[in-house]
Structure formats: C-alpha cells, structure tokens
Design a protein around this ligand. Sequence first.
Ligand code: XBP
Ligand code: MG
Length: 253
Amino acid sequence: MANELQALIFDVDGTLADTERDGHRVAFNAAFAEAELDWVWSEVLYGELLAVTGGKERIRFYLEKFNTDFEKPAQFDEFVASLHAAKTRHFVAMMQRGEIPLRPGVERLIKEARAAKIRLAISTTTTPANVEALVSSTLGSEAMQWFEVIAAGDIVPAKKPAPDIYDYALEKMGLQADQCIAFEDSRNGILSSQAAKLKTIITVNGYTSEDDFSGAVIVLDQMGEPGASCKVLQGDIDVTCLDLAVVRKLFQA
Ligand code: XBP
Ligand code: MG
C-alpha cells in the first residue's frame, strides 16, 4: 500500500514569499552602499546571480563572473562574511517592517495542514534569521514553532542544488522521502528536492517561470485561493486551488 502523506517541507525564498527581487536584492544593494562599494545589482543581473544559491556564495560568484576588476581585500573571507552580515541585517529589518507578504495560498495551506496534523518543516538556503523574520512577521510570533525542523543556511556545507538540506530535514524528522512532499520555486530547488527523492510541487515566480521543472508532480503559477484560481503550467491534473486534498492526490499519483 502506498504511504500516507506525513509532512510538507517548504522552501522559503520564492516559495513562501517573493523575497528575491524586492527583498534579498534590495538588502544586498543596501549592504554594498553602506560599505561604500559602487556595486548595484539590477533586477536583470540578479536573475543571473540566482544561478548560485546562498548569499555569500552569490557575492563570490558576482566577483568571479561580473566584476572581475575588483581588487579583493587581503582578508577576503572576512570581507564577504561582513558584507553578508550587513545584508542579513537589512533583510531582517525589511521583513520586520512587513515589506514582503506571503504568496497566495501559503498561509491557508499551512493552517490546513496543521489542522490535519500533517507535520511541517522548512528546507532553505537562506540564513536562519531571515526565515525567522519572514515567518514571524507574516504568520505571527508563535509560527516558528509550527515547523518541526528549520533546515537553513550554513547548517549543511553543500547548498541547493545538493540534496543535503532536504536530507537533513528528513533525518531530523525521522521520516523517509516517500512520506513527504516538497514545495519549491526554482530549478536549483527541485534539483535539490529530487536528489533527496522527494516528490515536488512547484509554484513559479518571475525569475523562475522559464526554468526546467522536469519531474515535478505539478507546476503552478501560485497556490491560489478559493475564488482566485491558480494556473496549471505543467501536469495532468486540473487544479484551481492547491489545498490539502489536492496535495494528497498529487502525493499519491
Ligand atoms: C534561496 C537563496 C538564498 C537567498 C539569500 O534559495 O538562494 O541565497 O537568495 O539568502 P532557495 P542568504 O529558495 O532555493 O533556498 O543571503 O541568507 O544566504
Ligand atoms: Mg526558492
């Protein structure tokens, strides 16, 4: 007999909230300005920089590929770490000011899962402080406790697309991949979840709508709300709103 669905594992950036363009990107630029660097990451450039997950890794990638003339300071690791710490401070402040809402349907589905005693976890590349700031500002100060495991940031050395962050969440929950389903928004995200053998539901965003999502159980434009339908971009099942019944059906399919 097929397994029963035990847990939902959510990516954060792009999946729970559209944080990349108007959140992370803006916070990086604020940190650069504060450090008196003349670097500005435009919306278009940021789309290319998203090829690499993780903020510190993204800064290094930028210097390797897009700003090769920059003379690296002697203490380069510390330089990157301190720029990134400033970026996190800016991002957290933006979330605390409530600048980025959750995407449609996210709060509804999380609350429905809680009511049905489905277990919840987070698996993300972003810094733990960012998760806390986003989750608390959108779902309330108690909401961090709704998630049994928050697998985030540098907790594993190999970030997405490596499976490690999902493997870590599964191990901490004591569950197998075939008892859970993942929610992602990007190519690097689904590469990571699929490498961890998880079925994966995709909701795309402006940066990822052209990504290759081969193997996803479904690709939607968003989770949708009753009365404000989502669009199915890839997949055979007709969905107007991603609720728990649909998630279970996708999990069993
Ligand atoms: C998210 C990311 C993160 C954020 C920045 O990827 O790539 O790097 O852009 O986070 P995913 P930090 O949604 O696949 O987890 O700056 O805190 O590293
Ligand atoms: Mg993401």
